[in-house]
Write a protein that binds this ligand. Structure first.
Ligand code: CU
Length: 183
């Protein structure tokens, strides 16, 4: 990891840490995973819009989730994004369903802890869902970190990357690519 990346993550962590999940965030930053459950998934992203050339074609993603004590810290790093997209912000979230090439619908809706708990209506915000929006750097990378006050239940799930940033309703436009994540 470069010093620049580390600084971005540290800055983000300082901003996020005041609200919740101090311990999981420390785990995510330090790599000290004692007492926590850790999930790491990585690979080339799968194309959900194969009919058209897109900025994430050929990109590589690394997902890391550290959970414990009813909380989770999640980190998403992307590499190989089209560098001409520097400065562009993409929405990204944990979705309930699997990541299937060419089939964005297979990923289903966002993972929402209220929905899982049967809360009606569910709150839709960064405390009930895992939102991982990132801004593309000049080097074609993207980095996001989220801390949530829940532990997502096991399953074959997806990180879905969308065409637009996430709005306050939790929507982010068409699905461009995904990374399979399972635990
Ligand atoms: Cu999404």
């Amino acid at each position: 990891m470069t010093a620049a990346v580390r600084n971005v993550l540290t800055t983000t962590a300082v901003l996020a840490v005041s609200a919740l999940a101090v311990v999981p965030m420390a785990w995510a930053q330090s790599g000290d995973d004692s007492g926590a459950d850790v999930v790491v998934e990585q690979g080339a992203v799968r194309d959900l819009a194969p009919a058209t050339a897109g900025p994430l074609d050929g990109a590589y993603a690394v997902f890391r989730m550290v959970s414990g004590d009813g909380r989770s810290a999640v980190r998403l790093n992307l590499y190989g994004i089209d560098r001409s997209e520097a400065g562009r912000r993409f929405g990204a979230h944990l979705h309930v369903g699997p990541c299937v090439e060419g089939n964005g619908a297979a990923a289903g809706p966002h993972y929402n802890t209220d929905t899982v708990a049967g809360v009606v209506p569910p709150r839709v915000d960064p405390t009930t869902e895992v939102w991982l929006d990132f801004t593309t750097t000049s080097g074609g990378t993207g980095h996001a970190i989220a801390a949530v006050p829940f532990i997502p239940q096991p399953g074959n799930r997806s990180i879905v990357i969308h065409q637009e940033p996430t709005d306050h309703h939790g929507t982010a436009g068409p699905r461009l690519a995904c990374l399979p994540v399972s635990w």
